[in-house]
Design a protein around this ligand. Sequence first.
Ligand code: NAD
Length: 455
Amino acid sequence: MDGSVLTTLATATAADVDRAVASARRAFEDGRWSRMAPAARKKILHRIADRIEAEAVALTVLGVRDNGCEFNMALKAEAGSAAGTFRYYGEALDKVAGEVAPTAPDVLGLVHHTPVGVVGAIVPWNFPLMIGAWKLAPALAMGNSVVLKPAETASLSLLRLAEICAECGLPDGVLNVVTGPGAETGAALAAHMDVDVLVFTGSGATGRLLLEASARSNLKRCYLELGGKSANIVFADAKDLDHAARVSAMGIFRNSGQVCVAGSRLLVEASIHDAFVARVVDYAEALRVGDPLDLRSDIGAVNSETQLAANLAHVERARHEGGVVQCGGERLLTSSGGTYMAPTVVTGVSERADLFRQEVFGPVLAVTPFEGEAEALRLANATDYGLAAGLWTQDLSRAHRCVAAIRAGVVHVNTYGGADNTVPLGGVGQSGNGHDKSLHALGKYTDLKVGWIQL
Ligand code: NAD
């Protein structure tokens, strides 16, 4: 957050990962959790949710000091969301029932949802608690054991969460955390022969390595939640352009743009382009960027020097490709030191430009004008990603047409970025496969097993 050393973490070697997986396997096989009555599992998940809520401020401060996200947002998105996720899956776990299949009358065909066994979970540094909970809670709810690898720059809140789980009665060995660099600790988990399912949130480059590791090891199932370059389309008939500008700005700038669903491509109908961009720029310039633990800050720090340098390089390249930086584009020097970047708006970004195609994962908004609905849809879909999108219009038919036509896991209408536990989060194309959240996520953590009984 301010560049100072907070703590040091152990690097789990391949041998440590092996021990963690063996511990998870033992716990799974002896049934201390996997065969515990669902009502008892539910109680423990609820207890964990209560404890997260009770410790929300401390957990949030721990996470913010680690990854630099602004406190106000982190309190809701990290601790608040993690508590809600444990509660949601605690509530859901005894609603999952098998089926009696419509077989011939002399056969009883039973379809069971069985836990998969050992789940490996590898999560990123942006929103570690929230994304960690999206993996842990449904995996545990279904009776699995887990080996979790947090990101090396954001492990602390997840380590505390693991302690909370133990204090709330999760049996020993069911949740194991291994810290360390991706290339060593993460790679060992991905290649492990006794991990049944690997769930991951992070970059496409790492996602590819995980698929390779699965292919080379035991063909474990891999669910990848990857990045995005999400389009936010503003039609001239949008109802309240001030509101749209404010929400669109926060759709990219919150958590310094380090949000997988960030609306990083703003497509604006040509007739309102200049006026709308001016509003977005006004709003961006008014945002207070600074110490993430200062409650007056709207935006906190960029996660690391490496990420900040990459963000600035993207802006430089955009300039060379004809983009015009309307605001930001530079490092911000603040009293707390550290890695801060001014919210940046670049106009004139052509669909051939890198800034139009590549995910920055920083506070950089690429603006492109369009003429009419067909061009808006073509530009929105001109991406290898497919995580999220937004559109602003008062025309209900157009809204439905666009929701259907845009290739993305979620399309927001007259807002950007809303979500809760009841709806899945996941993408298409190179944004990955599988979904976190909602009842649909439970399928990742169960196998289908048939009992075929001749009567
Ligand atoms: P990353 O892929 O570098 O790291 C993610 C995790 O993978 C970390 O724990 C890291 O240690 C581990 N890792 C890295 N190399 C590994 C390897 N060779 N083997 C095994 N594990 C390895 O990504 P990041 O920079 O931490 O996160 C940012 C990315 O995550 C962005 O692209 C962003 O869009 C994406 N993201 C996606 C979602 C989503 O739900 N789709 C949510 C948040 C972030």
